[in-house]
Design a protein around this ligand. Structure first.
Ligand code: SER
Length: 314
């Protein structure tokens, strides 16, 4: 039987790019995009789907004969702090429902995105190991850490083929991310290209793990394609590419825009960033399924500026 894929949160920063890549691989009609908002770009076939509506979720799976799910819909770290209970509901209760539903209907493969937000002050900050103490301080981090445990449980208990990555901050030109602590690393490009000064909500020296979107999408598809026996981590894989500070990315962008100015006005997101780690040891991903990143800071900045100039027509 042909695989039919459902993506939740398919209009989001990762979802829109993933949908296009999966359509190129599996055929347009075999990838169903879903979201709570109508897409403002070509993201069809598309269905409205509120992930909290289990009955509707089950109908969509049945109607479209879905065999794989990429469950991307979530409220990110900063936005989540404004509505902790709602965030828990969306980021965790819905996940548990969808895992249970997937097991019931025999979904063949399930992808769950986790994050560096699962780490906390008890986690080693440099080269954070795969297995380490997690004490997340945001509701987003708490819900993703708990989600990881349940993914592992559904694999062990029910043999549901769940695969997951702990994404660092993702930088891409296709859209502006919404509600995250790492969003500055995308916003800064928009300001530079429009000739505006950038007001950065993190301090100049706040180092965080980051990744260019091409690497993140390729890594996701490679993990989902890999042979079952190679996947030793069923909670969520550490995944790394680069780490940088706002000042370091600013200096790199300045090579292209020498007059570009930045001002640092840290807000509540500074504390969130400080509760995460600076760099990640992703040796399990590299060993198990040959993960390898391709973009470093220089290459990413060069590509982002080229692509975004095209979109913003400057
Ligand atoms: N990019 C996310 C955020 O900032 C982290 O996973 O919330």
């Amino acid at each position: 039987m042909k695989d039919k894929i459902l993506i939740t949160g398919a209009n989001g920063q990762l979802g829109r790019v993933l949908a296009a890549r999966l359509r190129a691989k599996y055929g347009k009609d075999n990838v169903l995009a879903t979201d709570i908002k109508e897409p403002d770009f070509d993201n069809y076939p598309f269905e409205f789907l509120d992930i909290l509506n289990k009955k509707r979720f089950a109908e969509v799976i049945k109607d479209h004969k879905i065999t794989q799910i990429y469950h991307l819909a979530a409220i990110l770290s900063a936005k989540g702090e404004w509505a902790p209970k709602k965030t828990w509901n969306v980021n965790f209760n819905a996940v548990l429902n969808i895992l249970a539903l997937s097991e019931e209907v025999g979904i063949k493969r399930f992808f769950f995105p986790s994050t560096i937000a699962v780490f906390g002050k008890t986690t080693p900050r440099q080269m954070t190991p795969q297995h380490c103490p997690l004490l997340p301080e945001t509701v987003y981090g708490i819900s993703k850490a708990t989600g990881e445990y349940w993914c592992n449980y559904f694999y062990k208990r029910y043999k549901l083929d769940v695969r997951s990555l702990r994404y660092p901050g993702i930088v891409g030109y296709q859209s502006l991310p919404e509600g995250g602590t790492t969003d500055y690393a995308v916003e800064i490009f928009h300001a530079a290209i429009k000739g505006e000064k950038y007001i950065c909500f993190l301090d100049a020296d706040t180092r965080l793990p980051m990744m260019y979107i091409e690497d993140a999408i390729r890594g996701t598809i490679e993990l989902m394609d890999d042979r079952h026996e190679n996947i030793s981590i069923r909670s969520s894989y550490n995944l790394a590419a680069m780490s940088f500070t706002p000042n370091e990315i600013y200096q790199e962008i300045k090579k292209y825009y020498p007059n570009f100015e930045i001002e640092y006005k840290p807000d509540f997101r500074q504390k969130i960033a400080e509760s995460w780690t600076e760099s990640i040891d992703d040796s399990y991903a590299r060993k198990d399924w040959n993960w390898n990143h391709q973009y470093d800071l220089q290459e990413m900045v060069k590509t982002m500026i080229k692509e975004l100039r095209n979109i913003l027509k400057t």
